[in-house]
Design a protein around this ligand. Structure first.
Ligand code: HAM
Length: 413
């Protein structure tokens, strides 16, 4: 059927069958996150644009090219959130979620918006499952957060992954690294793209994240940030790596990993599914972000996973089947038993089963076809001659066999 209207480019409907897979993945996330003592939070999709420009960074692609920014009717500059960390930190401060001596552990599941070029694994509306742990600077928390991501992926059957790990240092070591980058990139200034020529003076670290081939090539020989880390950052990173090794988390060191957001300090990571190329998730520390938002110097760390990319992996690799746990019945009836069929359906629904029925007068054969189409596990056939004995016929649709059973036995099929 045709409609006069279609969705915008890069956004899409998530249809019932796929959505039930999503819910299963979300349930798994909630179950695993609870074990690590994370609590769910929901922040608005619409925020003041400034919270992203200040944190994600003015020179990032996300802010410069991809953010849905507009003036609302009150002339405020607002944005559809392109990511979840800045809103969570804003909410943490605004709602005073700071607990002295404790880590505030939060997770969120919801839509994000980036005006990206739509292609495989890249939409303009996409969904993230993210966690943020605010209030602790220990490398142990880095280890816990990364192992949580690893455990979650494994729980979905995704174990062929590689974590890419780097340290992006703190403002102290970053400034000497920035100078080294400037010296290096100035040698190639003429070959850099227009954006990177500007980045060279404003924020040369961003050149490492440029998608233009010639810039990527120049970036491949940059000095390594690890040679510029201060003592504290260096020790922190060594401890994180040691922890990952003792937890058998498959990782490689990727000194070119700077991530597409400016708020990171120290540990930065992404997780790539082997053979897929795209990252399914990424995260890192942001020890200066709470302070940047006007709060005290409280450190934080987190990650976010792209739901669509995750679902694609699960589907491509046929990793887990998301069968309904309840057997699903479809009721087929004689015309005279029409209302009884609805009463029986409601009785079974009351017991927790998923039940449907055909609603119009059709031949038994047509109703059976409908049941088949609905992918019911069992079809219940109501026949007048059996109904008076409290019996129905049940057809197991997977093996194609049927038998007479008492109604009260339906619950234990
Ligand atoms: P991010 O790397 O920008 O990090 O996004 C995290 C994940 O969201 C990506 O790995 C990817 O799976 C998914 N994603 C991003 N853009 C798109 C897109 N256009 N289409 C489909 N999926 C996409 C962040 O957003 C940080 N806030 C993560 C974080 C949390 N860092 C610390 N805490």
């Amino acid at each position: 059927m045709k409609s006069n209207y279609i969705t915008l480019r890069g956004v899409r409907d998530i249809l019932p069958e796929e959505l039930s897979q999503w819910r299963n993945v979300e349930d798994k996330a909630r179950e695993i996150f609870k074990r690590y003592n994370y609590k769910e939070i929901e922040t608005p999709i619409l925020e003041f644009a400034e919270i992203f420009t200040r944190s994600v960074g003015e020179e990032t692609d996300i802010v410069r090219k991809e953010m849905y920014t507009f003036k609302d009717r009150g002339n405020r500059l607002v944005a559809l959130r392109p990511e979840g960390t800045a809103p969570v930190v804003r909410a943490y401060l605004e709602n005073n979620l700071y607990i002295p001596g404790k880590i505030t552990k939060l997770y969120y599941i919801g839509p994000m918006f980036r005006y990206d070029r739509p292609q495989a694994g890249r939409q303009r509306e996409f969904h993230q499952i993210g966690v943020e742990a605010i209030g602790e600077s220990s490398y142990l928390l880095d280890g816990e957060v990364i192992s949580l991501l690893w455990e979650f992926l494994k729980s979905l059957g995704i174990d062929k992954v590689t974590f890419l790990i780097n340290s992006v240092g703190c403002p102290t070591c970053r400034s000497s690294y920035t100078e080294a980058l400037k010296d290096y990139f100035r040698l190639y200034k003429e070959k850099l793209c227009g954006d990177c020529k500007i980045r060279l003076e404003k924020n040369p670290l961003r050149i490492l994240d440029c998608k233009v081939e010639s810039c990527k090539e120049i970036s491949s020989n940059v000095p390594s940030i690890l040679d510029y880390l201060c003592k504290e950052c260096s020790v922190h990173f060594t401890e994180v790596r040691r922890l990952l090794e003792s937890m058998n988390i498959p990782y490689i060191l990727d000194t070119s990993l700077v991530r597409g957001l400016d708020y990171y300090t120290k540990t930065a990571f992404e997780v790539v599914v082997d053979g897929l190329g795209l990252s399914v998730g990424g995260g890192g520390r942001y020890d200066g972000l709470v302070e940047e938002f006007g709060g005290p110097p409280i450190p934080g760390i987190g990650f976010a996973i792209g739901m669509e990319r995750l679902i694609n992996v699960i589907r491509d690799k046929n990793l887990i089947s998301f069968d309904e746990r309840n057997p699903y019945y479809f009721i087929v009836y004689d015309t005279l038993l029409a209302s009884e069929s609805l009463l029986l359906a409601n009785k079974l629904r009351g017991k927790g089963f998923t039940v449907d029925l055909s609603f119009s007068i059709k031949s038994m054969k047509t109703q059976m076809k409908e049941s088949n189409k609905s992918r019911a596990k069992f079809t219940i056939i109501l026949k007048e001659e059996l109904w008076s004995e409290d019996k129905v016929v049940v057809r197991d649709m997977t093996i194609g066999e049927q038998k007479e059973v008492y109604i009260k036995e339906l619950e234990v099929l």
